[in-house]
Design a protein around this ligand. Structure first.
Ligand SMILES: *Cc1c(COP(=O)(O)O)cnc(C)c1O
Length: 376
């Protein structure tokens, strides 16, 4: 097996993969309607539930061919009962995306906005639920990837259930990294895609959730064909296959990635991501970079650094310098502050971060950015 050039991706997914996962895509051509392929998907679907410690009698996973956003679309459009309203607890770009999904489907919703650098105020969430007994679905984001803030999903989920609403959580940037317990975290539906925590490739996304609610959703209004949760679930239950053509090679890679996930183990993997995250923060601190999110509110996977007030700072130039040397850094996603992000996803460890900071510092020196960096 020839070694493939190793790039360190510090963007928020797709993430750096192992060569064994890359090569798992290279398989003899197969029609995905063959039994041999259907058999692979059964184990895959069960593994996806086990990652969030779900009881297989109560929870299931439903696969879709698409990037992670397809899951938000599926959950929002499929899980809203007739005559009900959606509450989006929104403190960042990914919850705002869920609001946009509501807008595109013309669904009644409340966009409950909070500042991007603060956790949602639970008292306000509860008051909103009290004032609007027609809320049938509450949605939020676990780790707001735009900033890296951690949201209190267990508490929001408890409130959703207290007021009889379904709780869906965008866990795309925590799943298979920061440990999740679907039952204890009061989650009805969570979601992710293969190219983030699982360290596989793009093209496979999945919703993990409560079977009884999916069965019930058979009678909810049908707002999409390709993105209907019940339709896809029912097809899986009947045939063991995806309704339409699956991303065949990504599925092979993801099965290999799952083997590597179980081998590393949930605790060791989270410890590794934490080491990487700590190394990123230590490097940023040493260079004097300020961050958007206070240390105690960080989800432990995404750092959002604020652009320094230095006339020589040019993100694009620094990015290109690092990219040419095998390190990818990523722009921010906050409209009011100029930021860039460094993320702790992927098959990397703290040595890679130490190597990165040697290159990053060299870039700052090359372009004449004063270090430690300064702010007005
Ligand atoms: C990456 C991500 C998504 C999905 O983005 P795609 O570009 O569609 O893959 C959704 N939610 C969160 C929180 C994410 O981090």
């Amino acid at each position: 097996m020839e070694q493939i050039k190793r790039n360190i991706l510090l963007n928020p997914g797709p993430s750096t993969t192992t060569d064994t996962v890359k090569y798992a895509q290279v398989v003899p051509d197969i029609c995905p309607r063959e039994k041999e392929f259907g058999g692979l998907m059964k184990g895959l679907r069960e593994d996806l539930v086990k990652i969030v410690h779900g009881d297989l009698d109560k929870y299931t996973s439903v696969l879709f061919c698409g990037s992670g956003t397809i899951n938000i679309d599926v959950c929002i459009n499929s899980l809203l009962p007739e005559g009900k309203k959606i509450l989006v607890v929104d403190n960042g770009a990914y919850s705002t995306r869920a609001v946009e999904v509501c807008q595109y489907y013309g669904l009644p919703h409340i966009d409950l906005k909070f500042p991007v650098d603060e956790q949602p105020d639970l008292a306000v969430v509860e008051q909103t639920l009290k004032d609007n007994p027609d809320i049938g679905l509450v949605h939020t984001t676990h780790n707001e990837t735009g900033t890296g803030i951690l949201n209190p999903i267990r508490e929001i989920g408890a409130l959703a259930h207290k007021y009889n609403a379904i709780f869906t959580v965008d866990t795309t940037s925590t799943y298979a990294m920061r440990p999740i317990n679907i039952e204890e975290d009061n989650i009805d539906f969570c979601m992710a895609s293969a190219q983030k925590g699982l360290m596989s490739f793009t093209g496979l996304s999945f919703v993990v959730g409560n079977k009884a609610i999916i069965e019930e959703s058979k009678n909810f209004p049908r707002r999409s064909y390709y993105c209907n949760l019940y339709l896809q679930y029912e097809f899986f239950e009947k045939t063991g296959e995806m309704h339409f053509t699956p991303p065949v090679q990504t599925i092979y890679a993801t099965i290999q990635a799952l083997k590597e996930y179980w081998k590393e183990g949930e605790v060791a993997k989270w410890a590794r991501h934490t080491r990487v995250f700590n190394a990123i923060n230590a490097g940023l601190d040493e260079l004097g970079f300020k961050q958007v999110i206070k240390p105690e509110l960080r989800a432990g996977l995404v750092s959002s650094a604020i652009y320094p007030d230095d006339p020589n700072w040019d993100f694009e130039k620094v990015h290109d310098y690092c990219f040419e040397r095998g390190f990818t850094i990523y722009p921010g996603k906050i409209s009011t502050t100029n930021t860039f992000r460094l993320c702790a996803l992927g098959a990397i460890d703290e040595d890679d971060i130490n190597d990165f900071f040697v290159v990053f510092k060299a870039a700052l020196d090359e372009f004449g950015v004063t270090t430690p960096v300064t702010y007005k």
